[in-house]
Design a protein around this ligand. Structure first.
Ligand code: FAD
Length: 311
């Protein structure tokens, strides 16, 4: 399309990668190697998820530090309220600040593994909105603060309109961008963005894109987030479901078509849930012609804030 062509020409379309802290030391080393390689694909930032408490959250801070200092990547650290009293939140924010990280994705968080329902911790925060406000109050404009958006409802709230009200509260508390849950139905997503705009949410909205690695993982994640799968996606994937390479190939086409429609709708930054794997994400970017030219030196991507119109 013209808009996409223009976005490419002006080097305007940008993308980012999400990683999560692996459970084993070997897993961490493998991920660092992969992050180093994926750096070459030209993401404008990478983010690292936050696990509830203990070793995993230290690992998030550590990974942010390594990505920022060793690989020179711009980072965004996820931070949640789950099991986090104020002193732990302060520690995490100081670590991010010291590492040179200037972006935080502020979340309420999933319930800890052993609990079905989310409960507030004494001396901590109840909603992501409260965490956003706290970070703004303490750090002024140092951090860009992102928050989560749900175009098809979330675990404990299916009412999309009510979730938009809560999203508005998060933005009013100081959030400067929104990253959404994964989805496969682009029409629902585009309608939802329009609703957000109508409600006065004017900050950039970044779509969360989940590439397709295997058929089983595709179904599991769609069921888990309860996002709608367009029937034609099932028709395309079902027949090849036992052949992982074919699933990735067909999946690449489906996801790339979805991304093209987003870019045509003027949504120029794509956020990839890599699941710590490079291949499926790289295939989609290649299909979209968004990878740097291997023959030419890597052009520095447009600063992502600029591509989102943040400054
Ligand atoms: P909130 O916006 O605080 O909402 C939580 C619940 O409270 C919702 O049901 C909402 O409707 C309700 N609510 C909000 N405000 C009010 C109010 N004023 N009155 C009454 N009810 C209210 N989880 C992790 O543990 N670690 C991660 O790294 C992580 N990364 C994520 C990244 C993205 C892009 C997304 C979309 C989700 C991520 N999650 C992560 C999952 C997220 O923590 C869960 O979905 C969680 O259940 C909700 O978090 P939230 O920040 O959206 O919470």
């Amino acid at each position: 399309s013209e808009k996409l062509a223009e976005a490419r020409k002006n080097n305007k379309a940008t993308f980012s990668f999400e990683f999560f802290p692996p459970k084993t030391a070997q897993g961490v080393q493998n991920l660092y190697d992969r992050m180093d390689r994926m750096h070459g694909l030209g993401p404008s930032f990478v983010d690292v998820t936050w696990g509830a408490g203990g070793r995993m959250s230290h690992l998030t801070c550590e990974m942010i530090k390594v990505a920022q200092s060793a690989y020179g990547l711009e980072t965004c650290m996820h931070l949640t309220c789950t099991d986090m009293e104020r002193s732990k939140i302060d520690e995490a924010l100081s670590a991010a600040y010291a590492a040179g990280c200037t972006n935080i994705l502020a979340l309420r968080g999933d319930p800890p593994r052993d609990k079905e329902r989310w409960e507030a911790t004494q001396g901590g925060f109840r909603y992501a909105r409260d965490l956003v406000k706290y970070i703004r109050d303490r750090y002024g404009d140092h951090f860009d603060i992102g928050v989560a958006g749900y175009s098809e409802g979330c675990d404990d709230q299916e009412d999309v309109d009510l979730l938009i009200e809560h999203l508005k509260e998060k933005v009013d508390a100081g959030a400067t961008f929104v990253v959404t849950q994964m989805f496969y139905d682009v029409d629902i997503f585009i309608d939802w963005v329009a609703k957000c705009r109508k409600r006065g949410i004017t900050v950039p909205v970044i779509p969360g894109i989940m590439p397709i690695h295997t058929y089983a993982a595709f179904l599991r994640r769609a069921n888990w987030t309860r996002c709608r799968i367009p029937p034609e996606w099932m028709e395309a994937l079902e027949p090849v479901k036992n052949d992982d390479a074919a699933v990735r190939e067909v999946g690449k086409g489906l996801i790339a078509t979805m991304c093209r429609r987003l870019l045509e709708a003027g949504i120029l930054h794509l956020h990839f849930y890599t699941m710590n794997l490079a291949q499926a994400t790289r295939m989609v970017l290649e299909e979209l012609n968004l990878l740097p030219d291997l023959e030419a030196p890597l052009e520095k991507p447009l600063p992502w804030r600029q591509s989102l119109g943040l400054n």
